[in-house]
Design a protein around this ligand. Structure first.
Ligand code: PLP
Length: 410
C-alpha cells in the first residue's frame, strides 16, 4: 500500500475507489504481492529442486488459486473439498498434497482416487492405509519433531501435547508398520506451526527429519511445511527468507549426498504468500465517545475477520478516507453482539462516520474463516491484477443465509 497523489493505492489502484465501486466491507487482494512472495521464496532456494505447495486454507478463492498455479505453485490441502477446489482451479493431482488431521480413512481413500499425494499423520490411519493399499499407493508421513515454535498456542503444532503428526519418538513403531505392510513411503513432512523466527528453529526440525530419513530408503521429497512469519507491525521481525534459504540449501545438499540421491524440497506456505497481499476495507458506522475511549464502530466484526479475537493477532488499521488528517486515538470495534475489538488505542487519522478503514495483512485466514454469525453476509472479494480491480466473489445476499433451510411442519 502506497500513498500516491494523497490517496492510498495498491499497484496503482486507489483503495477508496474500490470501496466505492464494490461497496464495503470488501476483501481486496493484490496479485502482484502474491506473485512477488512466491518468486522470493523460490529464488531463496534456487540451487535446490524446490516445490512450493500453497496452503489453500489461508485463502481459497479460485482466482487466487489459478494465479498461483499460473506462476508455478502447487497446492497444500487439508480437506477433500480443498482438493476439489484445487483440481477445479487446474492443478494437476501430482501438484497437490493432502495433509489432513484426524479425518476418516474414507476421506483419504477419496483423495487417493483423485490421485493426489497423501500425507498421513497418525499410526492408526497408516496401518489402515497399509492394509488397503500395501505398496501400490505411496504416502508421505507427517512427523512431529517437538520443536517449539509459534507465537500462539492455537497455531503452534510442534509441541509435545499437539494433536498433529506422529511423534518422532514413535518412529520405531512407524517403521514396523511400514515394513510389515510393505508401505511405499515417498516423503517425510513436518509443519511446526506458524511464526518461526529464525533459521535455527527450522534447522533443528530439519535435522530430525534427516535423521529419520535413514529409515526410509524410497523418499522422493522432504516437506518442511510452513511457519514463515510475516510482519504485522512495522517493527516486527520476520523470517529472513533469503538467510533461511542459504542455511537450508547448504544443509539440504549435504543431506542429499549422504542419502545418496537428490530429493525435492517442499514448502507449504499460506500466510507468507498471501497475508500482505490482503486489505480488508470497512465503513465506519458510528463514532461513540465514552468516558474511557472513543469507539469507532465499523460495518464488520468477528464474522469477517476473527483473527484479532481468536489469536490476539495485530492488524494495522489505516483511515484511507483521510490520509492527511490529524492523528487521534481510537478503539476500533465491530457490529457483532459480542465483544469484537479489532484494536485498542489505535492512532488513526481523524475518523468521521462514513470513512473507509483499511485492515492490513488481511489476505490470510480472513475470508476463509468468515461466517454468517448474526445473520450477516460474507463480504465481497476483489483482485487487483493487470492494472485493474476485478470482483472475484460477490457479496452474499439474503437468499444465501436461508439457502439450505428446510421448512418444518409445525
Ligand atoms: C496451515 C498449514 C500450513 C500453512 O501455514 P501458514 O502459517 O499459513 O504458512 C502449511 N501446512 C499445513 C499442513 C498446514 O496445516
Amino acid at each position: 500500500m502506497e500513498i500516491v497523489n494523497g490517496q492510498y493505492t495498491t499497484s496503482g489502484i486507489n483503495l477508496t475507489e474500490i470501496a466505492k465501486e464494490f461497496g464495503a466491507p470488501v476483501y481486496v487482494y493484490d496479485g502482484n504481492t502474491i506473485v512477488n512472495q512466491l518468486n522470493r521464496l523460490t529464488n531463496a532456494f534456487k540451487p535446490l529442486n524446490i516445490k512450493v505447495k500453497y496452503a489453500c486454507k489461508s485463502l481459497n478463492n479460485s482466482a487466487i488459486l489459478k494465479l498461483l498455479k499460473k506462476h508455478g505453485s502447487g497446492l497444500d490441502t487439508v480437506s477433500i473439498n480443498e482438493v476439489l477446489l484445487g483440481l477445479r482451479a487446474g492443478f494437476e493431482p501430482n501438484d497437490i498434497i493432502f495433509t489432513p488431521n484426524c479425518v476418516s480413512i474414507e476421506e483419504i481413500q477419496e483423495a487417493v482416487k483423485l490421485g493426489v499425494h497423501i500425507n498421513i499423520d497418525n499410526i492408526s490411519i497408516l496401518e489402515q492405509f497399509g492394509h488397503i493399499y500395501g505398496n501400490t499407493v505411496p504416502c508421505c508421513i507427517r512427523i512431529n519433531p517437538h520443536i517449539l515454535a509459534g507465537g500462539n498456542s492455537k497455531i503452534s503444532t510442534g509441541h509435545i501435547d499437539s494433536k498433529f503428526g506422529i511423534s518422532v519418538h514413535q518412529l520405531r513403531h512407524v517403521t514396523r508398520v511400514v515394513q510389515s505392510n510393505n508401505i511405499h513411503v515417498n516423503g517425510l513432512h513436518m509443519h511446526t506451526g506458524s511464526d518461526i523466527l529464525d533459521a535455527g528453529v527450522f534447522l533443528q526440525g530439519a535435522e530430525i527429519l534427516f535423521e529419520a530419513a535413514k529409515d526410509f530408503p524410497n523418499l522422493e521429497f522432504i516437506d518442511f511445511g510452513s511457519g514463515f512469519k510475516v510482519a504485522y507491525k512495522d517493527a516486527d521481525i520476520t523470517t529472513d527468507i533469503e538467510e533461511l534459504g542459504e542455511a537450508i540449501t547448504k544443509r539440504f545438499q549435504a543431506f542429499c549426498k549422504e542419502y545418496g540421491r537428490d530429493l525435492e524440497l517442499w514448502f507449504e506456505p499460506g500466510k507468507f504468500l498471501v497475508s500482505e497481499s490482503g486489505y480488508f476495507l470497512v465503513k465506519v458506522n458510528v463514532l461513540k465517545q465514552t468516558t474511557a475511549t472513543v469507539f469507532v464502530g465499523v460495518d464488520s466484526g468477528l464474522n469477517h475477520l476473527i483473527r484479532p479475537m481468536l489469536y490476539d493477532s495485530y492488524h494495522s488499521i489505516v483511515n484511507i478516507s483521510n490520509p492527511e488528517g490529524k492523528q487521534r486515538i481510537y478503539t476500533v470495534v465491530g457490529y457483532i453482539c459480542e465483544t469484537d475489538t479489532f484494536g485498542w488505542d489505535r492512532k488513526l487519522s481523524e475518523v468521521h462516520e462514513g470513512d473507509i478503514l483499511c485492515f492490513k495483512n488481511a489476505g490470510a485466514y480472513g475470508m476463509t474463516m468468515s461466517s454468517n454469525y448474526n445473520a450477516r453476509y460474507r463480504p465481497a472479494e476483489v483482485l487487483v491484477w493487470n492494472g485493474k480491480a476485478q470482483l472475484i466473489r460477490k457479496r452474499e445476499e439474503f437468499s444465501d443465509i436461508i439457502r439450505n433451510e428446510i421448512e418444518a411442519e409445525l
